[in-house]
Write a protein that binds this ligand. Structure first.
Ligand SMILES: [Zn+2]
Length: 332
């Protein structure tokens, strides 16, 4: 009787053990499929074109921004900079038709400073052939917080959640979006290096865009882009984007179209008037006659300070810009 009882008990034990194992396996499978479904991938175009799509992209952009901030400061030569290059290239390999790197030594730097910089270009073929539209952002962050008043703080590198981070995150989100919304004409996402490299008044800024514009300037007419749109400092919680003066002169149509889309969508972050003249990555292209504009919010109290951190940014601000840019791309 005891023996039989023990056998039954052992069987019951075995059953419980197996039941537990199967349950664990089921829970694991369930969790894995739920987690997997929240990360859209190339080839899942049908699920991405559903109405909830627009809700997921702001989160995708925000997640990229968080990853960039986790890398720490991303000034040329820093570990965060190397990680950012890897992230951009990996994202490009996943979503773009082609990833091109453009290494260069800057003509603005003296010979003894032989630092090598790197522009990265994610190319998306158009449904038709034609000159590309360039959408750019700088991925480097300022190596020193020179807007701080304390001399010790001035020497430290900024995190650049907004300045460097927001534009890069928007471009990475656009890479994913473009992979399921092929543009009519080619679009190149350009990640510029060395925008924020040198000290004030040194002239050692906009290194990547100046280099690229000089190459384009020397190329044949067919290889010139049909337009350049730069995204910079667009994550500010208190986002206010004004029409920038160089942009109004160089690319009046593009500027009007972008702000008209914002107005139609009631995005109050876009102010339909001009305010600043800003030397940003659009300027070198405007100078060589390519219609070029920048979307930027210069009213940011944490600009070039150590306080330019993720908590000063918001998903709503990035979402408004992402929505305007993608709606505009659909008309191109
Ligand atoms: Zn800056």
């Amino acid at each position: 009787m005891i023996d039989a009882f023990l056998k039954v008990a052992r069987c019951w034990d075995l059953f419980l053990h197996q039941f537990r194992q199967i349950s664990l396996l089921l829970i694991f499978v369930l969790l894995f499929s739920v987690a997997g479904s929240s990360f859209p991938r190339v080839g899942q175009a049908d699920t991405l074109t559903a109405p909830q799509e627009l809700k997921s992209y702001p989160q995708i952009v925000w997640n990229y921004l968080k990853v960039l901030c986790d890398f720490g400061p991303r000034y040329p030569g820093s570990p965060g900079y190397e990680n950012t290059i890897k992230l951009i290239q990996e994202t490009g390999l996943k979503f773009a038709n082609e990833v091109k790197t453009q290494p260069f030594y800057s003509a603005q730097l003296s010979d003894e400073n032989d630092r090598k910089f790197l522009n990265i270009i994610l190319k998306f073929n158009g449904l038709e052939e034609g000159p590309p539209l360039l959408i750019g952002a700088h991925y480097d962050t300022r190596p020193f917080a020179d807007e701080e008043t304390n001399p010790d703080l001035k020497k430290q590198p900024i995190l650049g959640a907004n300045d460097g981070g927001s534009g890069t995150a928007l471009l990475l989100g656009l890479a994913q979006w473009l992979s399921v919304h092929p543009p009519t004409q080619p679009v190149h996402l350009v990640f510029f290096d060395g925008e924020d490299y040198g000290a004030k008044g040194s002239g050692q800024i906009l290194l990547g865009s100046i280099h690229m514009a000089s190459l384009i300037h020397g190329s044949v007419e067919e290889e010139k882009p049909r337009g350049v749109l730069i995204l910079d400092m667009l994550g500010d919680k208190d986002l206010e984007i004004f029409q920038e003066n160089f942009s109004q002169r160089s690319a009046p149509d593009m500027t009007k179209e972008l702000f008209a889309i914002a107005q139609r969508n009631n995005f109050v972050q876009f102010k339909d008037k001009s305010k600043y003249t800003i030397y940003d990555d659009h300027y070198p292209f405007a100078k060589i006659g390519v219609p070029s504009a920048v979307l930027i919010d210069m009213d940011y109290p944490h600009w070039h300070k150590l306080t330019d951190t993720l908590d000063k940014c918001s998903i709503e601000s990035l979402s408004a810009v992402f929505s305007v840019v993608t709606q505009w791309l659909e008309t191109q």
